[in-house]
Design a protein around this ligand. Structure first.
Ligand code: PMP
Length: 387
């Protein structure tokens, strides 16, 4: 079993069973520990031991920085889920999607044009797109806000549109908005797995990014991959990886391979069933509580046929995109309203949305989720008693 080393912030006592009054519930970070019980159950088959002499070289025996065997396993994972086409495409690894996002922006930005390439996304969007692009402060590209500002005006400049589906924060299956010959796209498909959404069709975009963080939950291993159509783009991304880190740690690649072997073992469905059931249960509990409220609501996502499960499934998004009705805000943001009942979410404004919205993470541990639900229950009971 798993040793108990430390208690969740909201519990104390020698066996972590005492609920601490007035503790803060963390619904901010998207740490995907909801999958931990699956890996506890598969502890032995997913473990690796690395001898001191193993894999000391810079390169693999074929001179590359990427394990061909791991690449083959990634292709098999996509084929078994049916969420992306990899045939005839290039694959590259990075230290998480975070690393690959900038490599892709670098590779797609145009050096030829006189003005920097405009990097855009549709609100609400994952804040790192803006933060990272601004941080690197490149002469080749600049963050240029929401796609809606450029809708009919893509003829004079090169654009890179970041398309996130399912979207972080709201779980919608976003589609590219901008059209035109100078528009390039990065499809961030971090959440396109059966835990979070029905698999409607295999994605077949020019540049797609995935991450281990949301597939198996191993966010700390720092591993992601991009699937790329165009050879020139692939080579520019390879150069970026060579010069920034000289590839992903070989220990990480070894670990990822072991994890993916477990994912693919048996009928290759067990982890997804666990992930989907966990998320589905959390959403059904949350929706039940919020259905009694006129002050708080979440995004509505339509059920669709899932080719992986052969079922009609309602999306079970990684995040609740909670909206507070203006009547209860009284000069406060929705984030502040929740903070008053000891829930820390992530402010809507960070995603380019307004302050009526707050993002609540539903992918943390069962304890975190139970505590969150408990506080939301309290909030809604106050409302019912107010009537
Ligand atoms: N893209 C999206 C949409 C995400 O939500 C995240 C993680 N929260 C990432 C990329 C980054 O993931 P990684 O851990 O692989 O860097």
């Amino acid at each position: 079993g798993k040793p108990v080393c430390e208690c969740n912030m909201c519990y104390g006592g020698s066996d972590c069973s005492q609920l601490q009054p007035d503790c803060m519930v963390d619904a901010d970070s998207g740490d995907p520990t909801f999958l931990e019980p699956f890996w506890v159950k598969n502890a032995a088959s997913s473990a690796i031991v690395i001898a001191g002499w193993h894999r000391m070289s810079y390169e693999y025996s074929d001179g590359s920085l990427i394990s061909e065997e791991l690449k083959a396993h990634i292709r098999n994972v996509h084929a078994s889920v049916g969420n992306a086409i990899t045939d005839g495409k290039y694959i590259i690894f990075g230290a998480g999607a975070t690393h690959l996002l900038n490599a892709a922006v670098h590779a797609l930005s145009s050096k030829a044009s006189s003005s920097p390439t405009k990097v855009v996304a549709s609100t609400p969007y994952y804040p790192v797109y803006k933060e990272q692009t601004e941080f690197f402060n490149s002469e080749d590209y600049k963050f240029n806000g929401d796609t809606s500002m450029w809708n009919n005006d893509t003829s004079n400049s090169t654009f890179i549109e970041l398309v996130t589906s399912p979207n972080n924060p709201d779980g919608h299956m976003k589609k590219a908005v901008l059209q035109g010959q100078f528009v390039k796209r990065i499809h961030d498909l971090a959440y396109y797995w059966p835990h979070f959404t029905p698999i409607v069709a295999p994605a077949d975009e020019d540049l797609m990014i995935f991450t281990l963080s949301k597939l198996t939950g191993h966010a700390g291993s720092r591993f992601g991959w991009a699937i790329i159509n165009d050879e020139a783009v692939y080579k520019r991304m390879l150069t970026y990886m060579d010069l920034s880190t000289y590839g992903v740690s070989r220990e990480t690649q070894l670990r990822v391979m072991k994890l993916l072997k477990v994912v693919l073992s048996g009928n290759g469905r067990e982890m997804y069933e666990f992930g989907h059931n966990t998320m589905k249960n959390r959403w059904s509990k949350l929706s039940k509580v919020l259905s009694q409220s006129k002050r708080f609501s979440t995004q509505k996502l339509k059920p669709q046929h899932c080719s992986f499960s052969q079922q009609i499934r309602t999306p079970s998004s990684a995040f609740a995109w909670l909206k507070c009705e203006t009547s209860i805000l009284e000069d406060r943001s929705c984030y502040e309203v929740l903070k008053e009942v000891n829930i820390t979410g992530r402010e809507g404004s960070l995603f380019g949305a307004d302050n009526r919205y707050v993002r609540l993470s539903l992918v943390r541990s069962e304890d975190d989720f139970d505590l969150l639900l408990r506080q939301i229950n309290k909030l809604v009971s106050v409302e019912i008693n107010d009537k």
